[in-house]
Design a protein around this ligand. Structure first.
Ligand code: ZN
Ligand code: FE
Length: 255
């Protein structure tokens, strides 16, 4: 049986996600931005939380862990963080590990850059990627702890996933990302199409998530730092993709 995935807004612009295995009743929350919103979503479905899959140590991703663990006694799976900011971890995972949620399986990818501990969870059979603050629709996370080559390498790892992989990211930042990307690639047809779609979705108060790897490859300028026209657009023709990526990220920081 296929997984059921639920998405709901949390805090100011985070997304909460539940991944449910109908065969066993197991349910995972991807990160724990807000215990109250997650409990409400679980109650709406009649599901019980069995697992929390943590992507990185930032407060807007781990703040609800203690309350959820107290209520459900669920397992907490998390990366090897050096900050020890993630509470009550039961299992530490690294690149290549498989995490099971009932009969569902998620592969762990290390995707550092936003933080050094950042990991992403790939449910291959479900074609679902949970990449939190590494890759956003038409954007990417700020590089707080790593450096630009590290973040670029993480984005390449995600870009190499199958085209039909759905991307469930940590925040609703798409409209602002579209505005920035159009400033770099005003004539990119895939980006212009996405801009129209995002405007319609936001006007109807709908999420712009999930998006697809295929669409992001064509429209997300941060995945296109190795496209010569993008390098030229930021005045770095002939420079390395990591340098072009760094320039794009800096411009976005200051936009
Ligand atoms: Zn974060
Ligand atoms: Fe975040």
């Amino acid at each position: 049986m296929a997984a059921e995935i639920r998405l709901f807004p949390c805090l100011s612009d985070n997304y909460g996600y539940l991944v449910h295995d109908p065969a066993t009743g197991a349910t995972a929350s991807i990160d724990a931005p807000d215990a109250g919103a997650i409990v409400k979503a679980l109650q709406r479905e009649g599901w019980t939380l069995t697992d929390i899959l943590v992507t990185h140590h930032h407060a807007d991703h781990v703040g609800g862990i203690a309350e959820l663990k107290a209520k459900y006694g669920c397992r907490v799976v998390a990366p090897h963080d050096k900050t020890t900011a993630i509470p009550q971890v039961d299992e530490r995972v690294k690149e290549g590990d498989t995490v099971r949620v009932g009969h569902l399986a998620a592969r762990v990818l290390e995707t550092p850059g936003h933080t050094l501990d950042h990991i992403s969870y790939v449910f291959d059979d479900e074609r679902a990627l949970f990449c939190a603050d590494t890759l956003f629709s038409i954007g990417c996370g700020r590089v707080f702890e790593g450096d630009y080559p590290m973040m670029w390498a993480s984005l390449l790892k995600l870009r190499a996933l199958p085209n039909d992989m759905r991307i469930y990211c940590g925040h609703e930042y798409t409209a602002s990302n579209v505005k920035f990307a159009l400033g770099i690639e005003p004539d990119n047809p895939a980006l212009k199409a996405r801009a129209g779609e995002v405007a319609r979705q936001r006007a109807a108060n709908q999420p712009t998530i999930p998006t697809l790897i295929r669409d992001e490859k064509e429209a997300n300028v941060f995945l296109r730092a190795d496209v010569p026209a993008v390098a030229a657009a930021v005045g770095l023709a002939g420079k390395s993709p990591a340098e072009v990526f760094g320039e794009l990220r800096e411009r976005k920081n200051n936009s």
